[in-house]
Write a protein of this length. Structure first.
Length: 286
């Protein structure tokens, strides 16, 4: 067990606050022994709460291509079929994990692959279990695609108490399952959107662990076969031969029509990703 780097400033401020309060009581009320003991106990309790919130457990990650690891510690509060309107724009299975202030708040990549999409959304601070928190609260949206072309969308959502989201990924990054992609301070929620034919392995109100609980199993795109094993009646096009391009007589002579894709304009640079902390992992059990 170690302390996460996102907690260094908060822990330092907590120690400073405790030191100042205790020094003032000792200076102005040296005879108030009962009050001093109460303040000592409350100070120790506050320090313990802040310290445990930023704990970073050492995990053993067993990476599997088709498995979806839970991205955070907490409790499953939503499992439903819903319309994902930001990226996929179709129906998906949504799983939502609520993180209370006593949970580890490290967010981990549910699958390995490359980051196909990332966006930060400033927003409100509704309570994390509010139905509209997924679309109106401050949040980040990440879409990662695995080597089989199956994409998973996951979203960090700030709550009424959690007002700071930290992320370590950006579009084009290659990420590993179970490694950190972000951190949310002081209670929040993570949503995961999966293909409809995914096999769900958790239930409502189930307590889950980030990087350890297997939320679901993704559908496999298929298996590769040797070309010699393909039946003769199956037609396989010869991609080594040049294709016949369509011709146009618009300019008097046959002219090859070449279509060009529109080059997307570069988006304005918003808040940038931070660097993920270096992390130690335990050896996976065989």
């Amino acid at each position: 067990m170690t302390i996460h780097k996102e907690g260094y400033t908060s822990i330092a401020l907590c120690v400073l606050f405790i030191a100042v309060v205790n020094a003032l009581i000792q200076f102005y009320l040296p005879e108030a022994n009962t009050l001093k003991w109460v303040v000592y106990i409350l100070s120790a309790l506050l320090f313990f709460i802040i310290l445990q919130f930023f704990r970073s457990p050492i995990l053993a990650i067993n990476a599997e291509e088709t498995q979806v690891l839970c991205p955070a510690d907490g409790k499953v509060v939503v499992i439903e079929e819903t319309e994902e309107t930001e990226f996929f724009k179709d129906k998906r299975i949504q799983i939502s994990v609520f993180m209370s202030p006593i949970n580890v708040h490290i967010n981990r990549n549910p699958i390995s692959g490359f980051v196909k999409y990332f966006k930060y959304h400033p927003g409100k601070y509704l309570v994390a279990w509010h139905p509209k928190s997924s679309t109106e609260n401050e949040r980040t949206t990440v879409v990662t695609e695995n080597s089989e072309g199956v994409a998973v969308l996951f979203r960090q959502i700030a709550g009424a108490l959690a007002r700071r989201i930290v992320w370590y990924v950006k579009e084009g990054d290659q990420v590993q399952q179970g490694h950190q992609f972000g951190f949310i301070k002081f209670g929040s929620r993570v949503d995961i959107f999966l293909p409809l034919n995914s096999k769900i392995n958790v239930a409502i109100n189930e307590v889950v662990k980030g990087g350890r609980t297997i939320l679901a199993e993704l559908p496999s795109v298929g298996t590769f076969v040797d070309i010699d094993d393909v039946p003769d009646e199956v037609h396989i096009p010869n991609f080594t031969e040049p294709s016949s391009a369509p011709l146009s007589n618009a300019h008097g002579k046959p002219t090859m029509v070449v279509e060009h894709e529109d080059v997307p304009k570069k988006a304005k640079r918003g808040p940038q990703a931070k660097i993920a902390p270096k992390e130690k992992f335990a050896k996976p059990k065989k």
